[in-house]
Design a protein around this ligand. Sequence first.
Ligand SMILES: Cc1ncc(COP(=O)(O)O)c(C=O)c1O
Length: 357
Amino acid sequence: MLSAFRVATRSRGFATNAAVPGLTGAIGNTPLIYLKGLSEKSGTQIFGKAEFQNPGGSVKDRAALGLVLDAEEQGLIKPGGTVVEGTAGNTGIGLAHVCRARGYKCVIYMPDTQSQEKIDLLRMLGADVRPVAAVAFENPRNYNHQAREYAESLDNAIWTDQFDNVANANAHYISTGPEIWEQAEGKLDGFICSTGTGGTLAGVGKYLKEKSGGKTQIWLADPPGSVLTSYISSGGKLVERSGSSITEGIGQGRITNNLGTFVNDLTGAFTVPDEKSIAMVYDLLDTEGLYLGASSALNVVAAVELAQKLGKGSRVATVLCDGAYRYQSRLFSKKWLASKGLEGAIPAHLKKYAVLD
Ligand SMILES: Cc1ncc(COP(=O)(O)O)c(C=O)c1O
């Protein structure tokens, strides 16, 4: 018999083990992978939620589906309508898939600094891609503002607003969180992940904390150049953004509405240097056979550190956000890594994987 949360998630369109209705029905219900090698090496139990197995290839498929379903439920969009978002990455890919599957037009605004591959992929998925000048958020011509204005100018259109629309975090509260809890058999000492919009951390964190009666600690992991670790460690002081990271899709300069729903319930936060994330990209490949992007690698570094903090044998889960396929010309290129001062980050015995010049 289906448990109550499975019925709930099925009714919201997330995947179950039964046959599913089309692409959107295949989003979610990803495996929770026990990372055996890393667990044994660290004397802890580390689990990674295999979000790279979603149909669009990333954790952002859940946000895309959640944002569109929420707009439908509120009657904000009708069949044949237009979904508009400002995004350079995985959310656009997720939305493009969901829009094709549900009969909407998809318009993506992005800074004109993005790679041709990303633009081509979105166009192949049927999206109308509009590269615009890369200007700061404060500038009214910023791609996010242009996305909102364009949606407002149309009938039967929505701006999905992934950063501040909490339907994003809710998608994780009703799907990713319950899945992790059930897959971990209700035994989880900690959960940690990095944030872009904050939807994954806030939604999963809220569910796990409630379900465990506060026993599962929820932590945030940050790349360099993000202000969130200092915000959380200082009890709420927002500093100017400085520094940068090779990771993509994560790191923030502000508290988004999604993160804001949970930020005060976090136990703590720490920053993971790029050197450790790069080393973990290679280690995961070598030890676990997993080919993952840098945000996933950062999350796993953080999960191991948190588990070691929580003590021997402790059980910690994190998110394997997407595969390395979208970044391979960078992450596996000796020249690119050297240009970032990161060639030395690959452990000597793993350099054989850096096969691109
Ligand atoms: C590769 C990757 N990892 C992690 C994240 C962060 O997820 P969230 O926006 O739920 O914080 C994103 C978001 O775009 C992403 O693209």
